[in-house]
Design a protein around this ligand. Structure first.
Ligand code: GDP
Ligand code: IMO
Ligand code: MG
Length: 421
């Protein structure tokens, strides 16, 4: 058996949570491979909406094993809250959730350092989610991080105190005011709480599951354009969001990867700062935000909006080896008289569909192609042929330009509002 991967091809919030939930009946295992509670993955079914930050999106299916892999950064306080909330729905989290002992821990001081660093950057800030992501990955790469396995180890307190002492030096140098006593009781309480969960060596576990013939779905967070290596650096997150991240973030060898499901919205959004060539800072952008309810699932911040951008999409497909495309939120564009799509860029008068070294510094003018819009309530449609012809023309164009089939169309936030093509 091999592993399939689901990930975002844009700047995050493409609808990964919904799609993982829709695909889960075909899998025995869902495993998150990177990111942390900067993610907000929304799922809707039975008239209810759930937002998951660290727990994999297969959790609401009773049969499904959910793994938080070594590549994820875990905030015990946040995870405790999330587990307690999910438990109110009756799902047995203790039975189905496995946490990697090698996943790194977000300490309260990591969150404080995130806030202090962003404040110091002023107008140049990344617009981080302030969940402590960057400082935690910095400590991981700097070889001074704490891992989940340390929480149950003998030297927990001495490791914790060493890390906090280092963070305090940093916080003081940044002139940041804080009171750690406001945060520590909840942290230590959450550490005790997590000890009641399955903290295991997930790389052995997941490889054994694969050997046993179990079907594994690896769930990405964020999106390819936020990848630490290939995203719009430095306006990125601090992990590898691409398919390669699934190998290092779960301990799976590359030849075990089978399908790669790449999700894209029928338009683009971005939350936080950084380049966004097709951004519409106008009435169209406002309308996209309003109709698409484009407000962050984690921070509630309004998302920036714009038209679909094929150069970035092609780049993302190349980096990830996408085999199947999934388009979400096409229903949001219903009612637009004209739908625009960026086919290529003009950079210093030269037409290209290659991304420059630095999107921010380059004079990028998107070259748009106009499509006749569509109307009607797409959310009630369940077959591809029911979808308006003008929408299908738009999708056919995307497919023809990209050369990868669009195999699923999402037409609403609910599980049921999904069309297999
Ligand atoms: P994720 O981070 O990729 O899981 O995406 P988010 O959950 O942060 O954001 C996607 C938002 O769009 C959520 O509010 C979803 O409920 C919603 N959504 C997902 N697919 C669709 C769709 O096809 N149509 C509409 N209208 N909403 C969708
Ligand atoms: P999901 O999984 C959208 C953005 C932040 C900021 C940058 C760095 O829900 O798609 P960080 O907190 O990671 O240091 O922030 O990345 N960002 C996301 N944007 N969706 C996400 O996750 C994101 N996670 C981080 O807004 O611009
Ligand atoms: Mg999200």
């Amino acid at each position: 058996m091999k592993v399939d991967v689901v990930l975002g091809l844009q700047w995050g919030d493409e609808g990964k949570g919904k799609i993982v939930d829709v695909l889960t009946p075909k899998y025995d295992v869902v495993a998150r491979f990177q990111g942390g509670p900067n993610a907000g993955h929304s799922l809707e079914f039975g008239g209810n909406k759930y937002v998951l930050n660290t727990i994999p999106s297969g959790i609401f299916h009773e049969h499904c094993i959910n793994i938080i892999g070594n590549g994820v950064v875990v905030d015990p306080v946040q995870l405790k809250k999330e587990i307690e909330k999910a438990e109110t729905t009756g799902v047995d989290i203790r039975k189905n959730l496995y946490i990697s002992e090698k996943a790194h821990v977000i300490l309260p001081t990591h969150r404080l350092v995130d806030a202090a660093s962003e404040a110091k950057k002023g107008v140049h800030k990344v617009g981080s989610t302030l969940r402590g992501i960057s400082p935690t990955y910095q400590d991981k790469i700097g070889r001074s991080g704490m891992r989940i396995g340390d929480l149950i180890g003998q030297n927990f307190m001495s490791k914790y105190n060493t890390a906090v002492a280092n963070h305090k030096i940093l916080l003081d140098s940044l002139g940041f005011e804080y009171n750690l006593a406001d945060h520590e009781p909840a942290f230590f309480e959450a550490v005790e709480f997590l000890k009641g969960f399955k903290i295991v060596n997930t790389e052995y576990y997941v490889n054994q599951l694969i050997t046993d013939g179990k079907r594994v779905l690896a769930e990405g967070a964020q999106g390819t354009l936020l990848d630490i290596d290939f995203g719009s650096y430095p306006f990125v997150t601090s992990s590898n969001t691409i398919t390669g991240g699934a190998c290092s973030g779960l301990g799976i060898a590359p030849q075990k990867i089978n399908k790669v499901f790449g999700i894209f919205k029928a338009y683009c959004t971005r939350v936080g700062n950084g380049p966004f060539p097709t951004e519409q800072e106008n009435e169209t952008g406002e309308l996209l935000r309003k109709l698409g309810h484009e407000f962050g699932a984690t921070t509630g911040r309004p998302r920036r909006t714009g038209w679909l951008d094929l150069p970035t999409l092609k780049y993302a497909i190349m980096l990830n080896g996408v085999t199947d495309l999934i388009c979400t939120k096409s229903d949001v564009l219903s009612g637009f008289e004209e739908v625009m799509l960026c086919d290529s860029y003009s950079i210093n008068g030269k037409i290209t569909d290659e991304l420059p070294f630095n999107l921010l510094d380059a004079e990028v003018t998107p070259q748009y192609k106009a499509f006749k819009g569509w109307s009607g309530n797409l959310s009630s449609m369940r077959t591809y042929n029911e979808l308006p012809e003008t929408f299908r023309t738009y999708m056919d164009f995307v497919e023809s330009k990209i050369g990868v089939p669009v195999n699923m169309i999402s037409v609403g936030p609910d599980r049921e509002e999904t069309i297999a093509k």
